[in-house]
Write a protein that binds this ligand. Structure first.
Ligand SMILES: [Zn+2]
Length: 467
């Protein structure tokens, strides 16, 4: 890519350093509804052209829109997850412009009274070279950031975090290849220390993380070189040309910014009662940032590990389930982000399709590692069999020449209860404060298990039963 942006990167670094980029992102995300925003047509991606259409989304005269309640609900979910203010009353407006797949000649959008501060709902008009009305009317949320970002890297991080939240809350599938998540960027530069923003250009068509990063890098350097050569930045809309690796001005007539907005006469204002908002809030999952804090605080893992494990909701759920099944947290954190992800990659097994070892099996493996029943090296071989062949842990251990299946939790519990019941005097001593006697119980339980138990689990179980 460096080669493609050669012209722009000819600016010496000391000149680049004089300027500060100012970036704001407008993200358009397709809401995960079964049907379109204002009619009952399917919003599914990939159906044959023009099969999911009706008089409403074709814009035939006299057809009246009906607002999809689920779309509003998802908009509220997104707003809550992003800590925006959900407005009690919002209103749709007509945004008038011409586009080949916009048969009505206007889009029903939100303008001066959006659903949430900085959260907007607009139905899609697909940008395609041929006309397919299937996509017309799919519900979109527009999420606009303040011009707070100061580098392409920050913009990338912002979009990553936003996508993560939208996936966790199931507001959108965020599939960039299918156009479910798209991004425009407002970019300007100013001399470091200056208070006033420079003139901005809007860069459109950034439908991948890579394009975003490259387009921003290019546009920042382009603006700097214009200013350095004594020129002036035009306020304009530019397109990222993927093939050429540069931003290019759009023909200005194509984007005449006079949409002649007026309130949509065919739709009532949207009312969001406090009760509805609270009901939706009560169904929100724990968000990635809260998860990370909890992992560090309650499970004692590092912030870095917490970051990796919360990258997707599926991975976080898996990790938590392994810990709930008795997997030691630190070991689970370490193994899942290293061995598990590595083997998943190597064997092509998808977590989303439930092709990983079950959480109970994974916990069993890690308990054996913790209890030194398996060395790390043999545990890795066992795990490979579990991933590649879908083997159970017991079969995989046996196949690797091991002989000692681990006692399951119920068996272990029964065995510990037995040991305590057989030794009431020692139990009484321990309960009276003689902690030295605890070792006796551990020894008895380990012997009774014939080495088929994880010492840590035995410890925990006895402590609980004796308390
Ligand atoms: Zn329709």
């Amino acid at each position: 890519m460096a080669k493609l942006t050669q012209d722009a990167t000819s600016i010496p670094p000391e000149v680049l350093a004089v300027y500060e980029p100012v970036i704001g992102l407008e993200v358009h995300v397709q809401l995960k509804t079964a049907t379109k925003a204002f009619c009952a047509c399917s919003a599914r991606f990939g159906d044959p052209p023009n099969t999911n259409t009706c008089p409403v989304c074709l814009g035939l005269p006299g057809a009246l829109p009906v607002l999809n309640r689920r779309a509003v609900e998802l908009g509220i979910r997104a707003a809550l997850a992003l800590h925006l203010n959900v407005q009690e009353s919002s209103r749709f407006a007509r945004k008038n412009y011409f586009y080949p797949d916009l048969p009505k000649g206007y889009q029903i959008s939100m303008y001066e009274l959006p659903l949430a501060t900085r959260g907007w709902l607009v139905p899609d008009s697909a940008e395609k070279s041929y006309v397919d009305y299937n996509r017309g009317g799919t519900p979109l949320a527009e999420i606009v950031s303040e011009p707070d970002l100061r580098s392409p890297t920050e913009a990338h991080a912002y979009l990553t975090a936003l996508k993560q939240v939208l996936l966790y809350t199931e507001v959108s599938d965020c599939n960039m290849e299918e156009g479910s998540l798209r991004c425009d960027a407002n970019v300007s530069v100013r001399r470091r220390g200056a208070e006033q923003f420079g003139t901005k250009a809007e860069v459109k068509n950034l439908n991948s993380f890579r394009y975003l990063q490259h387009a921003l890098e290019f546009e920042i350097e382009r603006q700097i070189s214009v200013l350095e050569s004594g020129g002036k930045i035009d306020q304009e809309t530019r397109l990222w040309n993927v093939t050429a690796g540069r931003t290019e001005p759009m023909r200005s007539k194509e984007f005449a910014h006079d949409y002649r907005y007026f309130p949509e006469p065919d739709l009532l204002p949207v009312r969001v009662s406090a009760a509805w908002r609270d009901e939706i809030a009560s169904t929100m999952p724990e968000l990635p940032s809260a998860k990370r804090k909890r992992y560090v605080r309650d499970l004692g893992i590092t912030p870095y590990d917490a970051e990796v494990l919360t990258a997707t909701r599926e991975l976080a759920d898996y990790f938590e389930a392994v810990v709930n099944e008795g997997g030691p947290a630190k070991l689970a954190a370490n193994w899942i982000q290293n061995e598990f992800l590595h083997l998943a990659n190597e064997t092509g097994k998808s977590l989303e399709k439930y092709e990983w070892p079950t959480q109970a099996e994974a916990a069993g493996l890690l308990e054996r590692v913790q209890g030194r029943i398996l060395t790390a090296a043999s545990a890795k071989k066992v795990l490979l069999r579990m991933f590649r062949d879908g083997a159970t842990i017991d079969d995989a251990v046996r196949a690797e020449g091991g002989t000692t299946p681990l006692l399951d939790r119920d068996e272990l519990e029964r065995l510990c209860v037995e040991v305590i019941e057989k030794n009431p005097e020692n139990a009484a001593k321990y309960r009276a404060g003689n902690e030295g006697v605890f070792k006796f119980f551990v020894g008895q339980a380990m012997r009774a298990s014939r080495g088929q138990a994880n010492p840590q689990t035995v410890n925990d179980t006895l402590k609980r039963l004796l308390s």
